[in-house]
Design a protein around this ligand. Structure first.
Ligand SMILES: O=C(O)CCC(=O)C(=O)O
Ligand SMILES: [Fe+2]
Length: 455
């Protein structure tokens, strides 16, 4: 970029008419030679250091916090105004929920242009000098708003070319109880995230940057304040990426064939409407159309009440499952109250495999008709976007249906609390095969069973 064009970018479009020039200035602390040298030394030696308003910390991964990042703080009021006037769109999936602005790369507003300049010219030079990393001129920047209940779950930011992530916070007075902290995770020797070891509370005019690497796992915790807006400008400085070790894959779950139980078990547990052949065919047709189905009041009322009561009154031993970039929920791991273990047995029983075959048209039992011969049996399209099931408590199981192999299943009792989640990954072992997912929700309003075809 030529000096001439840069000059133009810094100015308010109307400056010729005598309006003030819009210019952002980096914190004076970043200009001090001694501070830069100390920061460079600390970064290289991976040491904790504080150089004025600049704090460097290598744990759990190299990051840096710069308070009063922009020297002329009133500039930020103008910037905030321009940012809030942009159009934002809702971003929402299994990983995040927040609002993102349009790309700031080519916005012409004076404060936004000036911020781009101070970040990608002045600060980039400082960053390159302190970290000894050559950074290219790629401009990668947008604005985010996190409001009540918004979050961005555990991720590492890794994408070709991203070398440093940065976030400049433009928040009102903020405290830990408001949520929305930037949480940094430790990692194990397989570079899987473990637990949160540092939480950064956002504050006005503070910039955080960190090195993007295979261990840079972080999240934005759920915003708990009902009225504050967590406004930030964030993006990445680009350079050649660090080498990435092969990604760790979860071992596949242990699957078992059905338990030998005859159809009596169905009469004992299942709402009789689901045992009528006529209704089963209707359900099957619907399932074949949409590859998923929700069956209300699936269990007999007295059985369902007994399950709910057992869940409420017994102290069920659980373990918290991770890693947090994949899942976070509790799984029952001890002996279950009798009615719950009987219910799990039902879901794994031979009779239930046959019932599921009738409800879905899938061959989950050798006695089930082979749907490949029928006209409508082609419901095997790959669906990589199935949603994660949510519920207060839930038993989940999935049955495998591959070729001539004996159908098998695996399942667990999951206990859901506020903040628990599952995420979808391309390299899930469960996603490499044909499977039917089944969720029986308890402790939510009403009872229903949902089946989803995974592949
Ligand atoms: O806003 C933050 O504190 C972090 C944002 C983030 O991790 C991202 O946008 O990838
Ligand atoms: Fe991130």
């Amino acid at each position: 970029m030529s000096g001439k064009r840069r000059q133009a970018g810094e100015k308010d479009g109307g400056s010729k008419k005598g309006r003030r020039q819009v210019k952002a200035e980096l914190s004076a602390a970043l200009g001090l030679q001694a501070g830069r040298e100390e920061a460079t030394r600390a970064w290289e030696k991976r040491e904790v250091a504080q150089c004025g308003s600049v704090v460097l910390d290598p744990v759990p991964f190299q990051h840096c916090i710069i308070h009063s990042f922009i020297e002329n703080s009133e500039f930020l009021d103008g910037l905030k105004e321009e940012l809030l006037a942009l159009s934002f769109h809702e971003k929402s999936n299994d990983l995040y929920k927040f609002q993102q602005s349009e790309d700031l790369k080519s916005r012409k507003e004076p404060h936004i242009s000036a911020l781009r300049h101070v970040l990608f010219v002045d600060f980039r030079q400082w960053l390159s000098e302190v970290t000894h990393v050559e950074l290219d001129t790629t401009v990668d920047i947008s604005c985010a708003q996190y409001n009540y209940t918004d979050t961005l779950l555990c991720h590492d930011d890794e994408l070709e070319g991203r070398r440093f992530a940065f976030i400049l916070y433009l928040v009102p007075d903020w405290c830990e109880a408001d949520g929305g902290t930037l949480d940094l995770y430790s990692t194990d020797d397989r570079t899987q995230p473990g637990s949160i070891v540092k939480s950064l509370v956002p504050s006005w005019n503070t910039l955080v940057f960190f090195e993007v690497s295979p261990i840079s796992f972080h999240q934005v915790s759920e915003v708990l304040s009902e009225d504050k807006c967590r406004l930030s400008v964030s993006g990445w400085f680009h350079g050649s990426s660090l080498e990435r070790p092969p990604r760790y894959l979860d071992p596949p779950p242990i699957r078992n064939p059905h338990l030998p139980r005859d159809h009596e078990i169905l009469y004992e547990w299942i709402n009789p409407v689901y045992l009528s052949f006529e209704y089963q065919s209707q359900i099957q047709e619907e399932f074949e159309d949409s590859s998923e189905i929700l069956l209300k009041d699936f269990l007999k009322e007295e059985k369902f009440s007994a399950i709910c009561e057992a869940l409420e009154t017994h102290n069920i031993n659980c373990e918290l499952l991770g890693p947090p970039n994949r899942r976070c929920y509790k799984r029952a791991n001890g002996e279950l109250p009798e009615v719950l273990s009987a219910c799990m047995d039902l879901l794994r029983s031979e009779a239930f495999f046959l019932l599921l075959s009738n409800l879905t048209g899938l061959k989950l039992h050798f006695l089930a008709p082979d749907n490949d011969d029928s006209d409508e049996g082609e419901s095997s399209s790959k669906d990589n976007s199935r949603p994660s099931a949510q519920g207060v408590e839930q038993g989940a199981s999935s049955a495998q249906l591959e070729g001539d192999k004996v159908p098998t299943c695996t399942g667990d009792l999951r206990l859901w609390e506020h903040g628990h989640y599952t995420m979808i990954h391309d390299n899930d072992p469960e996603r490499q095969e044909f499977a039917l997912d089944l969720f029986l929700f308890c402790g939510c309003e009403g009872q229903y069973i949902q089946t989803l075809m995974a592949l």
